[in-house]
Every structure is written in C-alpha cells, then in structure tokens.
Ligand binder design. Sequence first.
Ligand SMILES: NC(=O)c1ccc[n+]([C@@H]2O[C@H](COP(=O)([O-])OP(=O)(O)OC[C@H]3O[C@@H](n4cnc5c(N)ncnc54)[C@H](O)[C@@H]3O)[C@@H](O)[C@H]2O)c1
Length: 254
Amino acid sequence: MRLNNKVAIITGAGSGIGRATAVMFGKEGASVVVADIDQKKGMETVDLIKGENRKAVFVKVDVSEAHNVEKMVRTTVNAYGKLDILVNNVGIYLQASVVDTSEEDWDQILDVNLKGVFLCCKYSIPEMIKGGKGGVIVNVGSEAGIVGIKKQVAYNVSKSGIIALTKSIAIDFAADNVRANCVCPGTTETTLVTEALSRAPDPKRARRELEAVRPANRLGKPEEIAAGILYLASDESPYATGAILSIDGGYTAQ
Ligand SMILES: NC(=O)c1ccc[n+]([C@@H]2O[C@H](COP(=O)([O-])OP(=O)(O)OC[C@H]3O[C@@H](n4cnc5c(N)ncnc54)[C@H](O)[C@@H]3O)[C@@H](O)[C@H]2O)c1
C-alpha cells in the first residue's frame, strides 16, 4: 500500500474528486480526515472508507474561515498524532464575466477557492515540519488556471492563484522536506459540473459541446483525477515539487 501509516486531510471530501481521493487514500492505507462544510455528505464518505475497514474521521470545516481551519488541523493531530498529507480540493464555481460578477460573488469565490488553500497550508505546514518530518501538499487547480475559459473570471483567477501559491510553497519549504504540487483537472463528472450543465438551456447539447472541445472527446472521471493526486501525495514522487500536472483529456495541450 502506497500510503501506509500516513495521515491525510482531504478538503471537500464529501463529493466528487475529493470523495474519490479519500476512498482511494483509505484503500492505500492512509488514516483519512474527511473535511467538508457538508456534514451529511462528509459522513457518507467516512462510511464508504470505514466500510472497507479503513480509518477515517469527519471534520466540519469552512476552509475560508481561519478558526475553522486551525481547528481542522488540531482535530487531525489529536485524532492521529501527526499530519503527513494535505489535499486542498475544495472549489466552488461561478459562471460570469467581469461585468456580470458581483463584488460579493468575487469575494466568495476567491475566499473559498484561493484563501482557503492559503489558510489550510498556513496551519498545516507547521505540523508537517515538526521534528523535521516534512509532508506533502497537493492542491487541486483546474485547466481554467492554465488557459482562459469564457465567462468564469473569478473561478479562473482563483485557479491561476493556486498555481502561483503551489510554486511559492514548493520553493519556500523544500528545505523543510515539504513538497507542494498541483493537479489541474479538466472537466470531470461531478456535481459541480452536472449542476452547471443542468442550468444550460439544453443540458444534453451543453454536455456534448464540453466533450467535443477536448481531444479525448469525453469528460474525466473523479477516480482519474484522484489517481494523479495519489501519485503526487505518495513516496513514488519524491523529486516532484512545484509541479503542475494536467489531467484534462488533452484540453490544455491544444
Ligand atoms: N469537476 C470538474 O469538472 C473540475 C474541473 C477542474 C477542477 N475542478 C476542481 O476540483 C475540485 C473538486 O471539484 P468537484 O467537482 O469534485 O466538486 P464538488 O462540488 O463535487 O465537491 C466539492 C466539495 O467541497 C465542499 N465545499 C464547498 N465549499 C466548501 C467550504 N467552504 N469549505 C469546505 N468544504 C466545502 C462541498 O460540500 C463538496 O463536498 C474543485 O477545486 C474544483 O474547482 C473540478
């Protein structure tokens, strides 16, 4: 098993990519902290992991609130005695151009998607580097942080920021044995996408259009993204830090 004796926090693990990652980490031997704002969905993920006779606890957190994040890290260390891996996976989406984005919406997207990653790293890194042990951070960015995608400006900016944040942490904490990398998924079959599609005038057509713009001609599966996160979180990637891994069916290669 690739994560034996590792303790991992996965934010947004109540759904989609986060849930797939949490279940995969559990199967690989990690003690998993399922951190989510939604207790019901988070507990469902915990039950899935425990159903495989693996270790998991739920922590309710709003990643945009510093005191919540501090408590999440404290609860993890109290439960499992240490913290090895942090997967910053929470992300919320907004479809709007600059002109159509309200100041409140801008602040909310940036607070959750970017400040949330900053806060989780800020409070996790000191625990990781205690005693010289080190740790691993995997941030979940997006193809939208690499290329411009129409009418989702706040989301695009938040995801570009995650790439810069990842690189900054990688160079600032390499000497402390902390690796930080970023996985950039392409459009993946989760509620974030199905809810956005359901708001389109013709959801089936909107879906076909999303598939057709990528060389793979299909959407990604949460497990396909989780597999990249697992690689970067595991000891199979000791020399990878500051890396940006696209898993997007070739979208950003075009
Ligand atoms: N699905 C895609 O097509 C896609 C593509 C590129 C990048 N991503 C990124 O992947 C990540 C996961 O996306 P997903 O599609 O699995 O999302 P999802 O909507 O299925 O799940 C997100 C989870 O985050 C939780 N959450 C939301 N706000 C929170 C907060 N403030 N604090 C704590 N938890 C919170 C939700 O309750 C939910 O369980 C996001 O960062 C997203 O931007 C997704």
